[in-house]
Design a protein around this ligand. Structure first.
Ligand SMILES: Cc1cc2nc3c(=O)[nH]c(=O)nc-3n(C[C@H](O)[C@H](O)[C@H](O)COP(=O)(O)OP(=O)(O)OC[C@H]3O[C@@H](n4cnc5c(N)ncnc54)[C@H](O)[C@@H]3O)c2cc1C
Length: 167
């Protein structure tokens, strides 16, 4: 499938918890093409010294908008924190092969830790059947997307938080 370059506009940008932020972008071209598990390459506008884009999974995608869920770990993501509603952000995408479609007679089992869950939310949302999600993380703040994913596919998904210690 074609890869596109698009200037998107920030619709909202908010801190969720523990250094994780949700960035929602108005994307007319890339959002409708995204398959679960694909990612975008984002150019961080204020980083004049860095030519490389940063890759982020597409957390949510629907007509005209897409969202990424990111954690600040280095100077690129730190610079992203200052992005404001209305700012322009250049994206390349959708990239990657994505995950196979969940078929009706299969039991989907999703396993992720921290922002890895951002790559799997669309799998759950677009699956026709409910499944099981194992989420892990170093601490409670790393357990993400549980409420959003529980209600996917019309019925609650079973959740099994694994491997986190309170911190
Ligand atoms: C396909 C794909 C999908 C991804 N999806 C997501 C997602 O949905 N959400 C998300 O949050 N992230 C995601 N990531 C990871 C994300 O791309 C990185 O966290 C981001 O690029 C980091 O950029 P940065 O400039 O903030 O960090 P950088 O400055 O590039 O640093 C990255 C890491 O290296 C460490 N580091 C930097 N410099 C040094 C050094 N000199 N010595 C030792 N360590 C150093 C930093 O402390 C940090 O931990 C994804 C990555 C890939 C490949």
């Amino acid at each position: 499938m074609a890869m596109l370059v698009e200037n998107t506009i920030i619709l909202s940008h908010r801190l969720i918890k523990g250094g994780y932020r949700l960035l929602t972008l108005k994307s007319r071209k890339i959002a409708p093409m995204v398959q679960p598990g694909q990612f975008v390459h984002l150019r961080v506008p204020s980083m004049t010294d860095a030519v490389l884009r940063r890759p982020f999974s597409v957390f949510r995608a629907q007509a005209g908008r897409l969202a990424i869920l990111y954690k600040t770990v280095g100077k690129g993501t730190q610079a992203m924190e200052s992005l404001r509603t209305g700012d322009e952000v250049n994206l390349v995408g959708p990239l990657g092969k994505g995950f196979p479609i969940v078929r009706k007679n299969n039991l989907p089992v999703l396993v992720a830790g921290g922002y890895g869950m951002a790559a799997l939310y669309l799998v759950a949302q677009r699956a026709r059947v409910k499944g099981i999600v194992f989420v892990g993380g170093k601490c409670a703040d790393d357990i993400l997307c549980t409420d959003a994913t529980k209600t996917c596919a019309g019925a609650p998904w079973s959740f099994s938080p694994a491997g986190h210690t309170a911190c």
